[in-house]
Write a protein that binds this ligand. Sequence first.
Ligand code: SAH
Length: 213
Amino acid sequence: MKDTFKHKGLRQQLVAVLKDKGITNTAVLNAIGKIPRHLFMDSSFLDHAYQDKAFPIAADQTISQPYTVAFQTELMEVKKGDKVLEIGTGSGYQTAVLCDIGAKVYSIERQQELFKITSRFLPKLGYRAKKLIFGDGYKGLKEEAPFDSIIVTAGAPFVPNPLLAQLAIGGRLVIPVGNEVQTMTLFVRKGPKDFEKTEFGEFRFVPLLEDKN
Ligand code: SAH
């Protein structure tokens, strides 16, 4: 698990690319400048780790493009100490970004293989989520609700009601909605039954799969 000057240099270049693309949140940019993304990928992808691109990880899944991670995290408006829920732990890179910003992170993954790999890997790097859960993200995590923000990192064919229900008042749900292509969508909970919806650009994610059980 090496992190060299070369990697650090490439990371700063990546941060510059993200700034160029319009990311301004300092905590998000600092996290991306700090976290060794190459260690979240297969070693064969070492040279690609700091390009602004998504890449394959285990179990036919992908590590999200850095711009997407930054864009979604910025929309969450995470503050230190916030309780946040992530659906789709995957490689754990987004989880690490949220931990670095100081959030208390709960993250759910439905692929057992990825859940196991990432549960072992994240603490080794010093990123301690409050809880990593093997389960179905469509249900959210009722026992820990309400959350200050919720991020879905897979393409959702529809907005799962439990996720809206588990937001605190003032809480924010960031979710890519759609089948082949998804529209990044933000829901802000204004009151018990009042949600403000804003749509952003188009993105492409692996699908949020319904529980097989
Ligand atoms: N945040 C991840 C992105 C991984 S891709 C990263 O930075 O690497 C999306 C992930 O969502 C995949 O790992 C996939 O297995 C997971 N996923 C798909 N459907 C899910 C569901 N219903 N519940 C929880 N996780 C799900």
